[in-house]
Ligand binder design. Structure first.
Ligand code: SF4
Ligand code: SF4
Length: 204
């Protein structure tokens, strides 16, 4: 399910995400974050930069922190897995119309990328992940995740999506004993969305 608001963090300084990682680490140790989400919003002028109201900005920040805290918690277990999947969101394709040459296969279910655009984020992610022996899926929604996990019995999975989708998929992975790592979208909106490709490379 998407957020009820749109955001774009793609122009926020990289240091913002370092700060999120720091807070997520503290959360893993102390189990609470306190006023930090508010402090980060103020420090990086997130409301001014994104146009979000305070409660939406807090929700977004808390999800980013939770996501990163869980990444840290599961990292060791994840690194020990061998059979892994990468779930990419269809909304990060360069084109959402018929200029995208990908074909959707409902039996998997996944889009199959035809590599039509070298500068497409999805294409770049696939090229890297293939070298790391991941099975790759381009999903129209998180509801496809259980079907794929049931069919393929993966030990580990990396998911790229917006916060709410990641949280839902994280619960599914946990219930199935699959070690997960997440990469958040830094621009949502269900079309022309953006994630940080360097962050994904590091996670993979
Ligand atoms: S590179 Fe793949 S995902 Fe991107 S627009 Fe082309 S076919 Fe679609
Ligand atoms: S932004 Fe992308 S990942 Fe999030 S709900 Fe929309 S289509 Fe799904």
């Amino acid at each position: 399910m998407p957020y009820k608001f749109t955001f774009d963090l793609s122009r926020i300084p990289r240091f913002f995400f370092t700060e999120i990682t720091k807070v997520a680490y503290q959360k893993g140790v102390h189990k609470k974050v306190g006023r930090t989400a508010h402090e980060i919003i103020k420090k990086f002028k997130i409301q001014e930069a994104t146009g979000l109201n305070l409660s939406d900005a807090v929700l977004l920040l808390q999800d980013l922190i939770d996501m990163q805290a869980r990444n840290l918690l599961e990292r060791e277990m994840f690194t020990q897995t061998r059979k892994r999947a990468l779930f990419l969101p269809h909304c990060s394709r360069k084109y959402m119309d018929n200029r995208c040459a990908a074909v959707f296969d409902p039996n998997i279910p996944s889009y199959i990328c035809a590599h039509c655009s070298p500068d497409c984020l999805i294409n770049k992610a696939i090229s890297f992940a293939e070298k790391k022996s991941y099975d790759i899926y381009i999903l129209p929604g998180g509801s496809c995740v259980p079907k794929i996990l049931n069919a393929k019995q993966y030990e580990g999975a990396v998911g790229v999506a917006c916060g709410e989708e990641i949280m839902l998929s994280g619960k599914i992975l946990k219930s199935m004993g699959v070690a997960g790592q997440a990469v958040p979208l830094i621009k949502n909106g269900c079309a022309n969305t953006v994630f940080n490709i360097e962050t994904l490379f590091k996670i993979l």
